[in-house]
Design a binder for this molecule. Sequence first.
Ligand code: ADP
Ligand code: ZN
Length: 372
Amino acid sequence: MRKINLKLKRFLNNSYSIYIGEGIFENRLQAEVSRLAPSKIAIVTDSNILKLYRDKIQKALPSAEVFSFSAGEAQKNMAVILELFSNLSSAGLDRHSLIIALGGGVTGDMTGFLSSIYLRGVPFIQVPTSLLAMVDSSIGGKTGVDTKEGKNLLGSFYQPKAVIMDTDFLKTLPEAEFTNGMAEIIKHALIKDKNYVKFLYENRESIRMLSEPFLTEMIARSCQIKAEVVQKDEKERSLRQILNFGHTIGHAIENAMNYAIPHGFAVAMGMIAEAALSVQRGILAEDDFEKIGKLIKDYGLLCFTDELKNMNEDSFFRSAKLDKKNKAGSIRVVMLKELGMVYHQGRNYSFSIENGEIKEALEKIIGVVENG
Ligand code: ADP
Ligand code: ZN
């Protein structure tokens, strides 16, 4: 089992550990429950996870009450929060109780948010079961729900008491969901660690087969990178921006396609475009760009390029300008200097880009598929 400690400067009592390993669910969860000694335990999960893991949950924590909602991003809304709130309230959960989020990013974001507002905040534990949730949404304390105005617009920063990642869960994860999570993993390597880029490239067969110890090693390295970044800049004022690599363009693609393609696949195309912008600006070498394209393609992340060709350009630029991370209507992206290193000027990690440059960069995505 691997253990990563997350220490948050301004909230020392909010420091916690992330545990990663094969088959650690039951023992680790029981250990955390003994440590926290809650008055009651509620597990919140989605319908898919409940169906697959009802017995496993029951065996690990027989005394816990389990509440579920229908799987899917469409359920990440206030109506479901209120429903879950009523369930917890009727079950008599108090401020000394524990809430456990068991599931993908939807479950984690929503349960984290509910935990942050239930009786003004009760302890919670994240047990992410999708690859995306393990390496991305379960670390860093962002919680929230979607509204008709947009995604994640209502939420809070709220840190869990522990995060438990059991790679056994990944065996039932649909392959496309695994691939979806790989985009953020590739992102971590590209922004922070050249050796990790090499690891991902050399072990791509083993990783796609879910072989240990590669799987645990990979998740641990990604969590370490994300934890380090979040630790230094919890509320995204400066360094945390590097985690947005591939996301300005990725989000705009997702949005222009009305969220018809999964997040990771959009971010993968966004990373290629933002790497291309870095080449266009003379910051990144052409052969590093080619390596990035090959890595992303080999992990099966470039299967929505036909949708990209048909994307409405006006809605793409409209969404890019509206991204909540941009300042004053300009489109800003994170750029790469080399494999494993972002470009920055002092504490500034994102740079304003013209529409014409972006059009050129979008063409390069198609180029990677057709020529590579
Ligand atoms: P995210 O991709 O952010 O984790 P979701 O929470 O919607 O988003 O999870 C993606 C999908 O994968 C959902 O349908 C969810 O029920 C399903 N899922 C998550 N973890 C597992 C798992 N270990 N086995 C099977 N399905 C899973
Ligand atoms: Zn992302």
